[in-house]
Design a protein around this ligand. Structure first.
Ligand SMILES: Nc1nc2c(ncn2[C@@H]2O[C@H](COP(=O)(O)OP(=O)(O)OP(=O)(O)O)[C@@H](O)[C@H]2O)c(=O)[nH]1
Length: 256
């Protein structure tokens, strides 16, 4: 690969980068794509753009579902890797297409981005993690080749908070977590979130939040709506968050 396009979930840009990514990159150029731009606020987008530019990292936003940002991504990949062909020409070799590898965690939108860029359904995309199962090169025009890859996760996610955020954002398979626990943590995160808070919960579910304990709220909601079935209550909270019913908010802010 001449350039690595690392796709992240804009709601959790830190939890969706592989801890070994920097060492794998070596001298390769990298573009970070913050996909799911529609699922965060303009304020979140600006904060992260400022953070990455202060680190000298090229970053762009995209919406893999609607195709926003994909043409820019194609152009950016070609320009970032243009030195490949300059070097080939110097050696008397014919130019070849730039090879861009698209990598990232499961379900962040890699295949959707490629399909949108190619305007064809070349790579399977679905609303669940683990759909892409093999490496696949696809050609875009005469001077760019893209490699779609299966979502990669560390063998063990040592950072439990990151693991919980992946579960909240549906970026890891449902079988690997407990809905009740994950929903309880989500409640806690949203109660503390400046753009959400307890009022959003009161309005949505017509019950008061008595404490900042997420588990207590899941239990209370289960009694209010689901005859005490906490799994159903947990599922409702998670799916409301994923549908933007608490507003489109990022769960991570740039480090200060
Ligand atoms: N709202 C929204 N949904 C998106 C966006 N990009 C992709 N999706 C949806 O997210 C789901 C996952 O997208 P995929 O393209 O299959 O993700 P992937 O990274 O290739 O997933 P794996 O095959 O598991 O590695 C699909 O239902 C897409 O329609 C986006 O920018 N916004």
């Amino acid at each position: 690969m001449d350039v690595v396009i690392e796709v992240r979930d804009a709601r959790i840009p830190l939890a969706t980068t592989h801890p070994k990514m920097d060492s794998w990159l070596g001298n390769r150029r990298r573009i970070i794509v913050m996909n799911r731009e529609d699922m965060v606020s303009a304020e979140d987008r600006n904060a992260w753009a400022t953070y990455f530019s202060s680190q000298g990292i090229k970053v762009m936003y995209s919406n893999g579902q609607l195709g926003m940002g994909t043409m820019k991504l194609g152009r950016m990949a070609k320009s970032v890797a243009s030195t490949v062909n300059t070097k080939r020409r110097e050696k008397g070799l014919l130019p070849r297409p730039v090879r861009a590898g698209i990598v990232g965690y499961p379900n962040v939108g890699k295949s959707s981005l490629i399909n949108r860029l190619l305007k064809r359904r070349m790579c399977p995309a679905a609303p669940r993690p683990g759909v892409t199962r093999e490496l696949k090169w696809v050609r875009f025009g005469k001077d760019l080749e893209l490699l779609d890859s299966p979502g990669i996760l560390p063998m063990r996610i040592s950072d439990q908070t990151a693991a919980l955020k992946l579960a909240i954002c549906d970026d890891i398979g449902e079988r690997s977590y407990d809905f009740d626990d994950v929903a309880a943590i989500l409640v806690q995160l949203l109660l503390r979130h400046p753009a959400v808070g307890s009022e959003a919960f009161r309005k949505r579910y017509k019950i008061n939040v008595d404490s900042d304990c997420g588990k207590m709220f899941v239990t209370k909601l289960s009694l209010h709506l689901f005859n005490g079935d906490t799994s159903q209550a947990a599922f409702r909270i998670l799916s409301d968050f994923r549908k933007g019913r608490f507003g489109w908010v990022a769960l991570e802010r740039p480090p200060t």
